[in-house]
Design a protein around this ligand. Structure first.
Ligand code: ATP
Length: 235
């Protein structure tokens, strides 16, 4: 396993956000975490990237993450594309992308990864000198995903990449994420749009009130009547 999460718990003061969550992501696998607002999806991704304190076991490539600070987690190969994108709106597309490579010194590798991001999202090459605040929401999401890829992750954490994005761009973004997986990067994606997530992910965990409810392959969950009714709006 690339990522192993066992009995992960997170509390904000007295409020329990995650309670004994266990999940796994294999090398190169695409796993989605579904669940309604407030289920704990963002907290789960933050705990994995060590952006918030947690208890339990977090192992990545056979090493414990629990003792590491957030910046060291990036160095291990986990890049987090957070909810709300957290870009620098007054900096150019190119500068935002390059910030994702801030820990790296391998110039040739950085150039190659920048070319790969432009291949994935050609509009970003055209807009490279433009300040990010002038882009559409969907294009900003592409910059955020591209920035995370500039850290050359073996695991990409994506927090609701489709939120607030027009339908056409949303399909383009999910398609690009699938291509990122095909290039060999494992993906753990939090998503509220169950229909889209079940189309692209290999496996899915459903979070409810901070706990894992259902889990299984996308094919199995798509065929499950209770999932169809609760998440896909189909009777
Ligand atoms: P959303 O789709 O709204 O982001 P989510 O599934 O990602 O939902 P989280 O953001 O992880 O859920 O929140 C889980 C729970 O923890 C919620 O009840 C939320 O109110 C609470 N919570 C999240 N962040 C904090 C915080 N910084 N302080 C206190 N409570 C928080």
């Amino acid at each position: 396993m690339l990522l192993e999460v066992r009995d992960l718990s997170v509390s904000y003061g007295k409020a329990v956000a995650l309670e004994r969550v266990s999940l796994e992501v294999a090398r190169g696998e695409f796993v989605a975490v579904l669940g309604p607002n407030g289920a704990g999806k963002s907290t789960l991704l933050k705990a994995i990237s060590r952006a918030c304190p947690s208890t339990g076991t977090l192992r990545f490539a056979d090493e414990s993450l629990q003792a590491l600070p957030a910046h060291a987690v990036v160095g291990k190969g986990i890049c987090h594309c957070p909810e709300g994108r957290r870009l620098f709106p007054e900096l150019s597309v190119l500068k935002n992308l390059m910030l994702g490579a801030y820990l790296r010194k391998d110039r040739a590798g950085i150039e190659a990864d920048l070319a790969a991001v432009y291949e994935l999202f050609p509009v970003l090459r055209e807009r490279a000198p433009q300040v990010v605040s002038t882009l559409s929401g969907g294009q900003q999401q592409m910059v955020a995903i591209g920035r995370a890829l500039m850290g050359r992750p073996s695991l990409l954490l994506l927090d609701e990449p489709s939120v607030g994005i027009a339908h056409r761009l949303k399909l383009e973004i999910f398609d690009a994420i699938k291509r990122i997986q095909r290039r060999g990067t494992a993906i753990l994606m939090a998503e509220q749009d169950a229909q889209s997530a079940l189309r692209v992910a290999d496996r899915v965990y459903v979070l409810e009130h901070g706990q894992v409810g259902r889990s299984g392959t996308s094919a199995a969950l798509r065929a499950d009547d209770s999932i169809r009714q609760a998440y896909l709006g189909v009777d």
